[in-house]
Ligand binder design. Structure first.
Ligand code: SAH
Length: 220
């Protein structure tokens, strides 16, 4: 008789996850709260079963619809850059995807608002995060280029798809004193950029080279 092993056995072991955290620490992720938020998210629940055994490797993986779940290092770096050691009240995420970054943020901030343009991903991920007992996330099926003005302004905005240039509507939705972390550029050359909104205006700084899927306008 063959018994089916429940999904995730082995991959969920504390040791496997600890190995990922050690790797992130070695790569320069120092914020203990960010590392803890990552430890708490079962990444194997965000990818197809066939890929679950690779979920705690520090790599991006396909999630269907030509999209990817970001590499844990990039999720950690973006989260650390966005929060900067502070407790944030409300954050907007552009590009929900499979919801992994959303879940990491939801472990750290009071409220996460997240926008996804692809209907299937929006639905699947809303259900997944509900099943995982997250209750501080608001989901919108819409065009993230427009942000989500109803809940603005945000302490932080984080985009996980890359526009060619910084969208003006997103700048308008950052609280003064708040920040945005966003990949900017075409397919060949993208930079992860930190934008801070001060009383005087916007300050922009490049963090590092990255490779994200493009931010496409309109919803499907
Ligand atoms: N944060 C995700 C990464 C998803 S990949 C994760 O951890 O899995 C980027 C996502 O951005 C894709 O799901 C893509 O459909 C979405 N996207 C691209 N352009 C968009 C837009 N204009 N508005 C909202 N979502 C968009």
């Amino acid at each position: 008789m063959t018994t089916q092993r429940p999904r995730g056995i082995g991959m969920t072991s504390a040791r496997t996850r600890e190995r990922l955290l050690n790797r992130l620490r070695k790569s320069g992720i120092e914020d203990a709260r960010v590392l803890e938020a990552i430890r708490q998210v079962p990444r194997h629940m965000f990818v197809e079963e066939a890929l679950a055994s690779r979920a705690y490797e520090d790599i991006a993986l396909p999630i269907g619809h030509g999209q990817t779940i970001s590499q844990p290092y990039i999720v950690a770096l973006m989260t650390q850059t966005l929060t900067a050691g502070k407790h944030l009240h409300r954050v907007l995420e552009i590009g929900t995807g499979c919801g992994y970054q959303t879940a990491v943020l939801a472990n750290l901030v009071d409220d996460v608002c997240t926008v996804e343009r692809v209907t299937t991903l929006f639905r699947q991920t809303r259900n997944r995060l509900f099943d995982l007992k997250y209750r501080n996330i608001k989901f919108l099926h819409g065009d993230g280029l427009k942000g989500w003005p109803e809940h603005a302004p945000y302490d932080g905005i984080l985009a996980t798809a890359a526009p060619e240039e910084v969208p003006r509507s997103l700048l308008e939705q950052i609280k003064t004193g708040g920040r945005m972390v966003i990949p900017i550029g075409g397919r060949a050359l993208q930079k992860l950029v930190l934008i801070e909104k001060t009383l005087e205006g916007f300050e922009q700084r490049e963090i590092e080279s990255v490779h994200f899927v493009p931010l496409v306008s309109g919803k499907v």
